[in-house]
Design a protein around this ligand. Structure first.
Ligand SMILES: Nc1ncnc2c1ncn2[C@@H]1O[C@H](COP(=O)(O)OP(=O)(O)OP(=O)(O)O)[C@@H](O)[C@H]1O
Length: 723
């Protein structure tokens, strides 16, 4: 907002003590269409002002002028008696103007707390302070007596229309908004839900908030409003206390701009185009009836809070997130089962798939489940896993990056060239430059996609070809760059000693266990949403068991002529990427915005998220991670050559992410999915290899698994929408 210089025209000077918002002589035209003509309106605090008008009367344009979306062509806006210009929604929000649009601007894939704080997250030590946000959200909802919401950690997608409105209204309370503008807040709501929302609107005004409600619904208007402003063909034809109007007068004003039935105190009717009654305020001291809900409505509100059979059923689905409502282990499993039925199957399909594939290949070839083969499988899958973990950032946005295969190749070839004896770079510097080059490529492609608004599919498809060309140029006429650096070669083929393997595993599992236990226990004692202690213990036990199993497998001799044992270094690379990117996606603002954009980009934009910056960063991270994958690949082959097949790698990476459970539709997925999906692909590749199948057969089977995963994703999505 731009407070203007005092040298404004005298005629527009605000009164000394005025209402919260005053519009004076506002005009807005769209070419020949006069959307608003000379609108003068005051919006006082502590009152509900209803804005009524027929279709096309100018209601939306008027609220957009107040919300900073449209700049008026003429006229003046006064905020607390100071003339202001609202150049953007951010400037309006900074003043304390919150707009609840009809589409509600909520991200379905985020929970209530995450939606309430979207764009204004609290941080602690640079990480999201979930606990303080959850406490504040809980207090706000309970202060508004929003009781039908089962848990504030349930995704907004699972809320009913009335509950979603309640969340949107709670947002304005949480942010101490001074003026709340609501666009058709009860449209598409049932009777009971409408009553709940009207009660909340009334509560807002009673807390001293100025409320401006756009509504076509006369019942709602007369239930909740203190004053009614009527627009007709872009002109304000009446602003009066609700006690001076009745439904017929308002309908007449809306449809014709005048009313034959005007009560005596409203003054004479006027022709359309001019105020039928003086479009001015009733004197400030004029008593206005605070229209509370009649008794029967209050009863309806109470009734709405009681779950009906249908509502109880829905609540069962709402309890889908096991961490939300379960207080015991059986509860937890019941809730998890309900979640699967509601289309939130998480990693279950991929885990089931892994078991199935293992049983199948083991029955065909007893060598499949031997320690040596399983460790080989992990090493083979590491490149897909790493690439997939990068790709997930982009998939979460609902985009795709088809270039990461060859971008990773560029990282590998740059690193290989720099560690040649003739160049003499140390391994770490060569890796750093290779990764920096990949990040720069990602930033370039991301900038092109976001700034020029081009489809990521097309830009990165071009990138796939272009970076292949660049890679071949760097490889030169020889077509092969060998790598002789021991450290780099050990990335894929080195192993920790068996003792070091146990120590590292215990350190990682111990840190994870301590962190999980302390976090869950703290949340339980603070009364926050947390899993029961038995579930925390089970999670820790599962991680420990997995750690012991992996180290036992890796420590078994897998050499033929010489002994080879210990955890491969590359496994630590995969775990490192998994931990770092899980933290980034789950605990930082950047991660939260990635999910928000994937869920509802418009809601994220209205929340103040810089979409272009986040999208560009996501492409940059995907390319950077591809660089890690490229380096692992180069290390495995101890060279980079023209046979590097980045095209297949990228397809495997996308397949791994989707098979793992990440949605191609955006907004849903976890970094872990890249690892699990990568394991499936590696298992198919390895198992078919053991059976002597050729590459084409492996491609066909992998493609079928991918199609199956996409089908599960699409069906689950439909299931979620239905529920
Ligand atoms: N972006 C725009 N470009 C051109 N004309 C517009 C634009 N926005 C609104 N208008 C015009 O301005 C007039 C007022 O539209 P507005 O959307 O404010 O009506 P409304 O009262 O909100 O109607 P409804 O109840 O149907 O939503 C209409 O004639 C509409 O066509």
């Amino acid at each position: 907002m731009t407070p203007e210089s005092p040298a404004q025209p005298d005629t527009l000077a605000p009164p000394d003590i005025g209402p919260l918002l005053r519009l004076s002589g506002i005009d807005k035209n769209f070419g020949p269409v006069q959307a608003l003509v000379d609108i003068t309106l005051e919006v006082p605090t502590g009152k509900v002002t209803a804005l009524a008008g027929d279709n096309g009367a100018g209601k939306s344009v008027l609220i957009k002028c107040i919300a900073g979306i449209f700049a008026p062509d003429d006229g003046q806006i006064f905020w607390e008696s100071t003339p202001v210009r609202l150049n953007s929604p951010h400037e309006a929000a900074a003043l304390g103007i919150e707009t609840v649009y009809q589409d509600l601007a909520l991200c379905d894939n985020l929970d209530i707390v995450q939606n309430l704080f979207l764009g204004r997250e609290r941080l602690r030590h640079f990480l999201l302070d979930e606990e303080s946000m959850e406490i504040a959200a809980r207090e706000t909802l309970s202060s508004l007596a929003v009781t039908t919401v089962r848990s504030i950690r349930q995704p907004v997608a699972s809320l009913s229309g009335g509950q979603r409105q309640s969340v949107a209204i709670a947002k304005s309370v949480l942010w101490n908004s001074k003026l709340v503008i609501m666009d058709e807040p009860t449209a598409a709501l049932g009777v009971a839900q409408t009553e709940v929302v009207l009660r909340l609107i009334r509560q807002l005004a009673d807390r001293g908030v100025a409320v401006l409600v756009v509504s076509h619904n006369m019942n709602d208007v007369f239930h909740v409003a203190d004053r009614i402003a009527v627009l007709h063909l872009g002109r304000l034809v009446a602003v009066r206390p609700v006690t001076e109007l009745d439904r017929q007068i308002v309908v007449d004003l809306m449809t014709t701009g005048l009313s034959d039935r005007a009560r005596p105190e409203l003054g004479p009717s006027a022709p359309a185009g001019q105020p039928a009654v003086a479009a001015t305020e009733a004197p400030p001291d004029e008593p206005m009836t605070a229209v509370g809900l009649p008794e029967e409505a209050t009863a309806a509100v109470v009734a709405a809070d009681e779950p009906t059979t249908a509502a109880a059923k829905r609540d069962a689905v709402l309890a889908l997130n096991p961490v939300i409502t379960a207080t015991s282990l059986p509860d937890y499993f019941r809730a998890a089962l309900a979640r699967v039925r509601g289309g939130e199957s998480g990693v279950l399909p991929v885990l089931a798939g892994l078991v199935l594939i293992s049983v199948l290949f083991q029955s065909l070839n007893p060598n499949f489940l031997t320690p040596g083969n399983l460790v080989n499988l992990l090493i083979q899958g590491s490149v897909f896993m790493v690439l997939a973990m990068g790709q997930i950032f982009v998939l979460l946005l609902g985009e795709i990056d088809l270039s990461i295969g060859y971008v990773g190749g560029i990282g590998g070839v740059i690193m290989a060239e720099l560690v040649q004896e003739s160049t003499g770079w140390p391994w770490w510097a060569a890796i750093a430059v290779g990764l920096a080059a990949c990040a720069a490529i990602g930033a370039l492609q991301g900038t092109i996609i976001t700034r020029l608004r081009l489809p990521s599919f097309v830009v990165t498809l071009g990138g796939q070809l272009g970076w292949l060309g660049v890679m071949l140029i760097i490889l030169g006429s020889g077509g092969v760059v060998p790598i002789n650096d021991t450290v780099i070669n050990n990335v894929a083929s080195g192993n920790l000693s068996p003792v070091a393997s146990w120590i590292v595993m215990l350190a990682i599992a111990g840190a994870f266990s301590a962190w999980t236990w302390l976090r869950d226990a703290r949340r339980r004692t603070s009364g926050l949403v947390a899993p029961p202690a038995s579930v925390s213990a089970l999670k820790i036990a599962a991680v420990l068991a997995a750690g012991v199993a992996i180290v036992w497998l890796c420590n078994t001799n897998r050499g033929i002529l010489i002994e080879i044992s210990g955890v491969p270094w590359v496994l630590l690379v995969v775990l490192g990427v998994l931990a770092a990117w899980t933290l980034l996606l789950g605990r930082t603002r950047f991660g939260r915005y990635i999910y928000a954009i994937g869920g509802n980009a418009e809601a994220a934009r209205r929340g103040g998220v810089n979409l272009a910056r986040i999208r560009t960063l996501a492409f940059m991270l995907a390319s950077f991670t591809a660089g890690i994958g490229g380096i692992v690949y180069a290390s495995r082959l101890r060279s980079v050559s023209t046979s590097y097949d980045g095209g297949t790698l990228v397809l495997y990476a996308v397949a791994a992410a989707v098979i793992g459970g990440t949605s191609l539709f955006g907004g849903r997925g976890k970094v872990l999915h890249g690892v699990l999906g990568g394991l499936v692909i590696a298992a198919i590749d390895n198992g078919m290899g053991l059976q002597g199948y050729s590459a084409p057969a492996k491609y066909v089977v992998t493609a079928l698994v991918l199609v199956a995963a996409v089908t599960i994703d699409a069906v689950a999505r439909r299931g979620r929408t239905r529920s």
